[in-house]
Design a protein around this ligand. Structure first.
Ligand SMILES: [Mn+2]
Length: 241
């Protein structure tokens, strides 16, 4: 089994100390099953080489992709990473590869499905809560309610859970072909899934990789993802016999 973890260059430098890497190990993946990839791999990478793709946090998606100019000074983009991840996502969808998105991941997936983003929650909304919490990344600062009973997330987290919040952007208009499966108290989209069937397709706005060691329901997200990746690897193995 080979699983791609798409990260920023900064995250890649952390190597096995990356919380994303640790979360996948915590969920039962072996180190040799994980491949950390960045935009530098565009061109030599095919999603077909993987049984799963994890899109992680990082820079803001370029508003260019939802037909806007950058409106604020605190919007920092990385267009080459956007292009790289769109390519991976498109192929992953076509091939039915399990996909998990985190933070930037949920945002870039929504943009790929022709959705839009709030470029900066403080400037674009009147929300009282600051979704970019100060202090520890593993502190939980708001709750999330699973609002769609017919969803993958409902099988993992029934009702609601406490999450961390490390984002200044968020989904504004939901993309076509997606369904929202969880919301914050102040009505932001905090989780999305594909409207149609897929082996595993989930993206969340919070950072479960900072919470999994303390909160079992957050670990379940990674365990379910790894299990579906293993299913896919087994199917491929059978097909090649
Ligand atoms: Mn939040």
């Amino acid at each position: 089994m080979k699983l791609a973890i798409s990260v920023s260059g900064k995250e890649k430098a952390k190597g096995v100390e990356s919380p994303y890497f640790k979360a996948m190990l915590g969920a039962g993946a072996r180190p040799e099953e994980l491949e950390v990839v960045t935009a530098d791999d565009l061109g030599k990478l095919s999603a077909g080489n993987f049984e799963g793709i994890l899109f992680t946090g990082g820079a803001d998606g370029d508003p260019f992709f939802y037909d806007e100019q950058i409106k604020y000074e605190n919007v920092h983009v990385d267009r080459s990473r956007d292009e790289f991840e769109f390519r991976l996502l498109e192929e992953g969808l076509k091939r039915g590869i399990p996909i998990l998105g985190i933070c930037r991941g949920i945002q870039m997936i929504n943009v790929w499905f022709k959705g839009t983003l709030y470029q900066d929650l403080k400037s674009d909304t009147a929300l009282e809560r600051d979704h970019k919490q100060a202090g520890s990344r593993s502190a939980t600062t708001h709750s999330v309610t699973v609002t769609e009973p017919d969803s993958l997330l409902h099988g993992l987290i029934q009702g609601n859970c406490r999450v961390n919040s490390l984002h200044h952007q968020a989904i504004k208009r939901l993309g076509h072909g997606l369904k929202a499966t969880a919301h914050s108290e102040d009505e932001l989209y905090e989780a999305i899934e594909l409207a149609e069937d897929h082996p595993f397709f989930l993206a969340v706005q919070w950072h479960p990789e900072e919470l999994f060691s303390e909160y079992p329901e957050q670990l379940k997200i990674f365990e379910e993802f790894v299990a579906r990746c293993r299913d896919r690897a087994a199917q491929k193995e059978n097909a090649s016999r």
